[in-house]
Design a protein around this ligand. Sequence first.
Ligand code: NAP
Ligand code: MG
Length: 488
Amino acid sequence: MTVKTEVKTYQNLINGQWVDAQKQEVEKSINPADYREIVGYVPLSTAEDVDMAVKAAKSAFPHWSKLSGGARGDVLRKAADLMEQRVNDIAETLTREMGKTLAEAKGEVMRAVAILRYYSSEGMRSIGEVIPSNEEGTLLFTSRSPLGVVGLITPWNFPVAIPIWKMAPALIYGNTVVMKPALEATVTAMKVMECLQEAGFPPGVINVVSGSGSKVGNALTEHPDVKAISFTGSNQVGQLIALKALERGAKYQLEMGGKNPVVVTQNADLELAAELTVSGSMKSSGQKCTATSRAIVVKEVYDEFREKVLQKVKGIKVGNGLAADTYMGPVASQNQYHNVLAAIQKGIDEGGHVVWGGKPLDQDEMAYGYFIEPTLIENVDPSMWIAQEEVFGPVLALIKVDSLDEALQVANDVKYGLSASIFTNHLNEVFQYLNEIEAGMIRVNGESSGVELQAPFGGVKASSTQAREQGRAAMEFFTTIKTVTIKA
Ligand code: NAP
Ligand code: MG
């Protein structure tokens, strides 16, 4: 890898202008595949910058919210076209900044393009219903109104798709936005914002303030003019945000962690189950909220399934995400690197047996990156830390059970409930799983990760506050209902 020398310094987008942070401090964003490479410098903003952005968004709201949905949609469509034209540049930046493979990065950018196109038509769909009134000569109906300024706080693992799946619905329903992307992946988020800015949103409708969660994220959460906060990230931070939002009466939406199971029964296609368990747990180095982290397998097929998974994991090519033959890149940061290795060690300390992997990789081109072997751990008891807590890394725990009943009990015995898969061709098992599994996203004979943008997305239990994102379900969070009675 050559080390790039020309490094750009990015700015905040406030009121239609690219501007430095008031204190003019910046932070470097680095490439986790080669930490000698600086991908860009991004502003370390403060509450002052947040306040300027919120003021701009507040003054832009009356005009933007009064435009027709069709007119708002035209700008989203233009943004989609610009992003599509720049797919290669944005995807390469994403790979360099966060580590996922170029194929996955391109997939993510094209998903964001599709989300923008989907919501560009949403402004022409129904936003209410007519309800028969009990009184004569009376029209009773509901209508949806935007909330005002909304704050969006996003994580580093999908720095293109998550900002867009929050921003597109927020905007089409007439809100104005202030976004704080994750510091680890802000260069990528800024390239996305460049497309939106050039698409022609009126000044102040879209704003982005870069900086740390503790300063910028916190200031956004506490700002009295921010009517709602949509957050995706860890449970720890989500809880802080919820308490602050509740205190000042702001609406909030949280999508957080997962400990997603795959259940494999004796009626499964084991080849398919193994293939999709491995891709679900190892793609993006396991850093998806919907990644598979537990395979819960009935004893009759455990050995055969384990062997198939092991062979596939052994074949995984780890390396720089820009190389065409790489299946799995580095983890995203030094923090991630230490956390994932510590999680593996906890698994070992509690009696887990490492079947494959478990160690950092540092030979050849991986010498300067945060690479970790794809890791398979067995002898995992459901009560162990590694079976209960989100690892957010390329680590799969294998758990052997006696029956589907026990599999369900183990699957549900965690605080999370985001996504869950079952592999079986037996209809009764499918129905039992659908009825009893505690998860927001359920897949039968499919990978635990992966979502369709036109369908509701979100979890249950500690994974989510359950105001769904994506599809038409996003309307629930980003609007409020007015119930209207008109008498002739
Ligand atoms: P994180 O540490 O919670 O950070 C998420 C965002 O919150 C970042 O922009 C962060 O800023 C900001 N933040 C940190 N402290 C804050 C505070 N006190 N007030 C306001 N904002 C604050 O999560 P992450 O490590 O970036 O992302 C990984 C987590 O996200 C995992 O738990 C994963 O499961 C979850 N996730 C969930 C979904 C889902 O849809 N359910 C999707 C993707 C990821 P800085 O980091 O820049 O300081
Ligand atoms: Mg980085």
